[in-house]
Design a protein around this ligand. Structure first.
Ligand code: OAD
Ligand code: ZN
Length: 236
């Protein structure tokens, strides 16, 4: 199958895309949620109850970013953007920023970013590099409030949802990669794209929970499968 340059394509990525860069997924064996409870580190209540623990978890994940780089799956998606230009939008649940480092421009980080944080009191935004991470709970320079990681926690509404729904309703292809299809609202995107008449394509190590809505499923590692698929789609 060739993908026409004028076609619109939306990609949704999850932790599986970064697995081959050496970052742990959430729900696979030895995933992050095996060593931590979601309720302890990824909810607003957790931050109120134990901000130090929450910061330890996200600092550790932030520091780990120094050791990782984009893998062939990220590079293939950059190649696809070079071909489709602004007809491609990449929505990611990942907070590692690797799609941006790979060079994709049309990226929507719906679950936030490990590389930024903001004040829980006055909402001032900060780059993580400008924050004193030696302190157990970094404080806002403006108001002295607790800074918090710029991560969309369970119970919070992901970023840019209006824009994302709009893209999904107007796309020719919806490509979903490396996500278990368990966490909503992202898990519902397949249904929206399908209802809007898009062709849905999946690349995942194992069949995601919402696999019944995928027209064309490729089982395996994203870094091994995606480069070949993209070459076929763009006709190289
Ligand atoms: P999960 O850990 O739930 O799922 C990762 C998926 O990637 C699984 O279906 C794996 O089979 C697949 N996978 C693993 N390695 C792969 C590889 N090399 N190539 C292709 N697929 C591979 O991660 P997400 O679906 O991203 O939210 O999780 C969704 C959200 O839940 C995350 O954004 C996070 C988490 O709680 C927040 O922290 C807000
Ligand atoms: Zn503040």
């Amino acid at each position: 199958m060739r993908i026409d340059k004028d076609s619109k394509l939306v990609v949704l990525t999850g932790a599986g895309v970064s697995a081959e860069s050496g970052l742990k997924t959430f729900r696979d064996n030895d995933g992050l949620w095996e060593n931590y409870h979601v309720e302890q580190v990824a909810t607003p209540e957790a931050f109120l109850a134990d901000p130090e623990l929450v910061w330890r978890f996200y600092k550790q994940r932030y520091f780990q970013l120094n050791e990782v780089k984009p893998n062939p799956a990220h590079h293939a998606l950059k190649k696809l953007e070079d071909y489709l230009e602004d007809n491609l939008w990449l929505v990611t649940q990942n907070v590692d920023g690797l799609h941006l480092i790979a060079g994709n421009k049309n990226v929507i980080e719906m679950h936030g970013s490990l590389r930024t944080c903001f004040c829980s009191r006055c909402h001032q935004n900060y780059q993580m590099v400008e924050v004193n991470l030696d302190s157990a709970i970094p404080l806002c320079e403006k108001c002295g409030g607790y800074l918090r990681p710029d991560i969309v926690w369970f119970g919070e509404v992901p970023y840019h949802m209006g824009r994302i729904y709009n893209l999904l309703q107007n796309t020719d292809y919806f490509l979903v990669i490396g996500t278990s299809g368990i966490v909503y609202p992202a898990a519902g995107f397949l249904m929206i794209a399908m209802d809007s008449g898009a062709r849905t394509i999946g690349v995942n190590f194992e069949a995601p929970r919402n696999a019944s809505m995928i027209d064309e499923f490729h089982s395996g590692k994203a870094g091994e499968i995606l480069p070949g698929l993209v070459e076929r789609w763009i006709g190289q």
